[in-house]
Every structure is written in C-alpha cells, then in structure tokens.
Ligand binder design. Structure first.
Ligand code: PEP
Length: 256
C-alpha cells in the first residue's frame, strides 16, 4: 500500500497473562518487570486476570507499563452473573481491553455479533480496544485465511466511524500458532498484515490504515520477535506464554 510517509501508528508489545498467577505471583511478576529496562520505543502493556487488576494498576502507577484487561461485557451493568463492565474496569484504572481473543471465541462462544457490541461498549466508555482475530489451521490449509480474517474484522468493526480507529489496535493471531510453539513465518505475518491494512484502506482510506497498529500474536518468543517485528506492517506483538517470564517478555519488548 502506498502513503507510508505519514505513518503515526504506535509500536506496542502487550503481555496476556491469561488465567495464570494468583495475587502474590502477580506481585512477584510485576516486581520482576520493574527491574527490567525498556530500551525500545514500544508501548508496553500487561493483562493480569480480573482479580489482580487493582493491585497491578497501583503497583505500576508510575511506570510506563500499562495494565490492561483481558475481556469485558458489553452491558453497562445488571443481571450478568460473573461478568465485568467497562465502568468497573475504569474504576480500578484500566483504560484498554483485549477483545475477541481466540480462546474467548472458542471456549466462551464469543461471536462477531457479541464482539461488535463489546467494541461499541468499550469505545463508548473511552476505552482503547485490542481487537484479536485470526484463522484456524483448516482455514489456512484450504487457502481461506484472508477471507476468514476479512470477515472477522468487517463483522465486528466495520460499522464504526473512521474516527473510532484512533482507539482500536488490531491483533492478528493465527489460532494454529497460539500456545503451540508454531509461529507464523515473518513472511506469513507480513503478508497477512499487509492484507489487513489494505482491507482497512479500502474501507476507510489510507490515513486510517496507516495509523492503525497491527500486532502479531502466536508463539512470539525472544528468538523470533526481532525478525517478525522487522516487517513493515507488523507494529508489535500480543504475547502469551513468553509474557509470564519478565526476562523473556522484555527481550521481546526490546526487540524493537
Ligand atoms: C495469545 O494467547 O495471545 C498468544 C499469542 O499466546 P502465545 O504467545 O502463548 O502463543
């Protein structure tokens, strides 16, 4: 895609801690993170589990590391047992939420429709969204990875006004690479990221496309991050397993 001269998009590395770490383990991991040096320009974020968000926000209050949430509900409040609203997240200091992670789609029946509502609720509450999507192995084997990804993005996001993309970060996470040790090659990641950016450009124009950060997720490790991040359309990473060790996570962060 042309028009790279006005690129404003951010580089971001976010750690998704998933359902790992109780309170004291979270505190230890945060202390270990605080002992590391950030040498890259990337924004750094970590997503502890809900019960540890408040303590994590307090512990990292004066650090450049942002604490983000792994999920939220679309309703403002009400009879949704076990769920958490945008307002609740904001009340403990969280301003960014991951939505649409493949584990939420696979195990908790999250659909494009419910995700569209969650995205709307997050944006209506002035939150930033890291929106995840990605094809399954069967989609890639049958050559359908682009159409699957295009539909996931269109169905959940393309009802939005262009301005909304100021608060949206995309995270391409091929399901076959998440937690499997199998990574998309840097070329596969670049090809898909370029396709995603072009899809954005077709719908919203080059400015939105060039200014939207697109992260890669899927078995990103210290030994492969640099090559993946060196690709022009890869603006950072969403990191699962490797974000649970401060040294590995910072090796990835500092790969920029
Ligand atoms: C993820 O779950 O978002 C992820 C990328 O996990 P992992 O790095 O462990 O593959």
């Amino acid at each position: 895609m042309e028009g790279y001269d006005l690129i404003m998009r951010k580089q971001i590395v976010a750690g998704n801690w998933k359902m790992n770490n109780d309170l004291s383990q979270t505190q230890s991991l945060i202390e270990a993170l605080q002992s590391q040096e950030i040498t890259s320009k990337a924004e750094v974020m970590v997503a502890p589990t809900f019960t540890n968000l408040l303590q994590a926000c307090e512990a990292l209050k004066s650090s450049p590391i942002e604490v983000i949430a792994q999920n939220m509900h679309f309703a403002e409040n009400g009879a949704y047992t076990g769920e958490i609203s945008a307002d609740m997240l904001k009340s403990v200091g969280v301003k960014t939420v991951i939505l649409g992670h493949s584990e939420r789609r696979a195990y908790f029946n999250e659909t494009d429709e419910s995700l569209a509502k969650k995205v709307d609720a997050a944006l209506a509450n002035d939150m930033r969204v890291i929106f995840c999507f990605g094809e399954e192995l069967a989609d890639r084997k049958s050559g359908n990875e682009e159409s699957v990804v295009e539909n996931q993005i269109k169905n959940a996001l393309f009802h939005l006004e262009a301005q909304a993309f100021n608060n949206i970060v995309l995270a391409y996470e091929p399901v076959w690479a998440i937690g499997t040790g199998e990574t998309a090659s840097p070329e596969q990641a670049q090809d898909m990221h370029a396709f995603i950016r072009q899809t954005l450009a077709d719908a919203y124009g080059n400015e939105v496309a060039n200014n939207t950060s697109i992260l890669y997720g899927g078995s990103c490790k210290p030994n492969n991050a640099q090559e993946i991040f060196s690709k022009p359309d890869v603006d950072g990473g969403l990191i699962g397993g490797a974000s649970l060790k401060a040294e590995d996570f910072f090796a990835i962060v500092n790969a920029f």
